[in-house]
Ligand binder design. Structure first.
Ligand code: FO1
Length: 311
């Protein structure tokens, strides 16, 4: 079976890990997993090209991610960051020593003219990742966040200011000219395309904004499912609930289902939201109600296996 996951950072990476385990050689359903990842949160720091969502997916699939934080590498040290601080650099973005090696390699290869997709393939292979990890575009695409304090860069909003500003709107800088990276549109012809329980505005919208992606998902020949990132009116992680609210949407799995109603066939909602199932079905969607909280690898694999049975 061919499965494609549209993913942002932490939530996307956890489901990617579950799907990778569920499709592994020797399992009941073997297959190829492609993860198409957001790059709207990419940022240049200390002269280095950092792709946080791409790295979160790669590190998690490699089994090297810091599971507690959800991002970065496990067992990190911070000698370089300390030295940078002593040299007067801003160090609000926590870059570990080993993580910095990733950004050094990425920056060097990009400078030599390699596209981000090729660099990502190299990094994923070097870390022993079986799945194909594709940044949605090799072109520049930057998510900018409009707030009462003005327009902020994504990581300025998310990490430096700890997503405390009210989000009034989003601007996807470069989206008009961004073309899908090689393999992205083809990946949407998979047997199953899953929209991860990532932030619909910060993580999924930048994927859909790349030329041809929304149309390819709308016309996808396989089964399309989305997993709600909102459970019981709250997000597991991050500001999804606050952004739904400030942009005028209902803060619930139903509110998320309304955003995706024209793009997917099945909406997967948590058992705590079972009372919303009829209203979600009323949007013309199939509804699958289950435990969507992915704790450790076993929970991720269980949810992934349930997704595979939807096909
Ligand atoms: N998120 C934080 O909240 N604080 C950080 O200091 C931080 C550092 C960081 C370093 C490398 C990396 O790959 C991700 C990192 N993240 C950090 C997560 C990152 O900001 C993601 O873009 C968001 O979680 C949105 O997906």
């Amino acid at each position: 079976m061919h499965v494609t996951l549209l993913a942002g950072g932490v939530g996307g990476a956890r489901l990617a890990h579950g799907l990778d385990l569920a499709l592994a050689p020797g399992s009941a359903t073997t297959g190829l997993l492609t993860v198409v990842v957001n790059v709207g949160d990419d940022v240049e720091l200390h002269g280095l090209a950092v792709s946080p969502d791409v790295d979160t997916v790669v590190y998690t699939l490699a089994g090297r991610g810091d599971e507690e934080r959800g991002w970065g590498l496990r067992d990190e040290t911070y000698a370089t960051l300390t030295a940078l601080r002593e040299l007067g650099e801003d160090t609000w973005f926590t870059l570990g020593d080993r993580d910095l090696a990733t950004h050094i390699v990425r920056t060097a290869r990009l400078r030599r003219g390699e596209p981000l997709s090729a660099v990502t393939a190299h990094l994923a292979e070097a870390m022993g990742v079986r799945a194909r990890v594709l940044p949605v575009t090799d072109d520049r695409l930057a998510t900018l966040v409009d707030t009462p304090a003005g327009r902020l860069g994504f990581q300025e909003y998310f990490v430096e200011r700890q997503h405390t500003d009210t989000v009034l709107g989003l601007h996807l800088d470069g989206a008009e000219g961004a073309r899908p990276a090689p393999g992205v549109l083809d990946a949407l012809t998979a047997d199953l395309v899953v929209v991860a329980p990532s932030n619909p505005f910060l993580s999924i919208e930048p994927l859909l904004a790349v030329a041809g992606v929304r149309a390819a998902l709308t016309a996808a020949p396989g089964l399309r499912a989305a997993v709600s990132p909102i459970i019981g009116g709250r997000a597991i992680k991050g500001p999804a609930a606050e952004i739904l609210e400030s942009l005028g949407h209902e803060v619930s799995a139903l509110g998320v289902a309304r955003l995706y109603a024209d793009l997917v066939d099945v909406m997967v909602i948590d058992e705590r939201d079972g009372d919303l199932a009829d209203q979600v079905a009323g949007l013309g969607l199939r509804v699958h109600v289950t435990d969507t909280v992915m704790g450790g690898p076993a929970g991720r694999e269980r949810l992934a296996r349930e997704l595979l049975t939807l096909v």
